[in-house]
Design a protein around this ligand. Structure first.
Ligand code: MRU
Length: 380
């Protein structure tokens, strides 16, 4: 856990760009090991996203931006002949860029290839495409001077990272009033610091409330098949000293029935123009339970997760992942060989089941076309 001096908050080191290298905390090794991977070039970043070494909608957006920067670093260093050094660093910014022998065309070609590769990794979280679009726009605005192109792209990648962290803190601050002392709150998957720039969205709301002195209990769904809840959410919450109870996904209904859940809060991977929300598979079940038992169902998400170009949730592409995630568990077979598997990574919760969406622009109650249009115009 890092203490961020500018924010005065505890921030997890999820993803970073230091001295020409993308650094990520390998989430597939948690909770056993805290291992930082050093990724060079867009191919390695794309593989890390695909394999969920870095995951969660905002975090993969930032990682994709840094994947583009790694591509730029590679080609510009090739042009400069400077093999030992590095060009870009989040803290130091861009160093002197000696772009001899490299043309605007070379850079555009390299980045177009990197974009295609990174865009092919995971289809559901719109933050990935949002970040790639921002980098592309920065490149487009830089003109034909390679040095300017380098500077603009680096500035944009670091801005994406920095702004997302600010946004998460704003989400925490806006959402905190929803959390009261003594509450029992259910969450699904991981929408914490490791899914984001380092603070969190759904868990960010809980962190802010906790930092304000409120005390409550978090029930964490283990989140099959890959256990983001068991491995990552409980790890984060325990690090912060928040009372946490882990449960199997299929235990949630019995808790609601026993009156032991007061609210649910989750993150999102993509929110359509009408408020339909994609999130980790199993989220829809939690939302239905909230409706059945009369409890609020909250979503916390940055504006970068809204995709107002698509009218409804039925247009959200849902990633289907490999069968091995279901037929084997940490190296051990759990189903007979040849078993047919259905393994969607996300589901869509209709807007009608969402009590409110906490954004950096404020709390959006009863999300729908009208409220989302108002928030898009900057209201909050
Ligand atoms: O497959 P994952 O682990 O990337 O899925 C992550 C989620 O579903 C999160 O809830 C979502 O990305 C929001 S993260 C703030």
């Amino acid at each position: 856990l890092e203490h961020n001096r500018s924010t005065e908050r505890m921030i997890f080191p999820t993803v970073d760009y230091r001295r020409g290298i993308v650094r990520i905390l390998d989430q597939t090794r948690l909770p056993l090991e805290e291992h930082v991977l050093e990724l060079r070039g867009p191919e390695e970043v794309a593989a890390a996203i695909r394999e969920l070494k870095v995951r969660g909608a905002p975090a993969i957006g930032i990682a994709a931006a840094y994947g583009m920067l790694a591509a730029l670093e590679k080609i510009m260093k090739r042009g400069s002949g400077d093999r030992a050094g590095y060009l870009f660093d989040r803290v130091e910014g861009a160093r002197e860029i000696p772009a001899h022998g490299i043309t605007a065309e070379n850079i555009r070609d390299e980045l177009a290839g990197a974009r295609a590769l990174l865009a092919s990794t995971r289809p559901t979280a719109v933050n990935l495409f949002w970040a790639l679009d921002r980098i592309e726009a920065a490149l487009g605005a830089a003109g034909d001077d390679p040095v300017q192109m380098g500077r603009r792209v680096a500035k944009e990648a670091f801005a994406i990272h920095e702004e997302e962290l600010e946004v998460e803190l704003a989400i925490g601050r806006h959402g905190s009033p929803l959390i009261r002392n003594g509450m029992n709150i259910l969450t699904h998957c991981n929408a914490g610091g490791l899914a984001t720039a380092g603070y969190g969205t759904a868990l960010g709301v809980l962190y802010w409330a906790f930092e304000e002195g409120k005390r409550f209990t978090v029930y964490a769904d283990e989140t099959r098949p890959l256990l983001q809840g068991a491995r990552i959410t409980t790890w984060e919450l325990r690090r912060r000293g928040i009372e946490t109870i882990l449960l199997c996904d299929n235990a949630a209904a019995s808790l609601f029935a026993a009156g032991r859940i007061d609210a649910a809060i989750v993150g999102a991977d993509r929110i359509a123009a009408n408020g339909d929300t994609a999130n980790k598979i199993g989220t829809l079940g939690v939302a239905i339970l909230c409706e059945r038992f009369g409890k609020p169902f909250y979503v916390a998400a940055p504006w970068s997760t809204f995709d107002t170009k698509i009218p409804s949730g039925s247009e959200i592409p849902i990633e289907e992942r490999g069968s091995r995630e279901v037929t084997a568990f940490w190296g051990r077979e759990t189903a007979p060989p040849g078993t047919t598997v259905y393994n969607p990574a996300f589901d869509v919760t209709p807007a009608s089941l969402v009590t409110a969406i906490v954004t950096e622009r404020g709390i959006m109650e009863r999300p729908g076309e009208g409220t989302i249009r108002r928030f898009a115009a900057g209201a909050g």
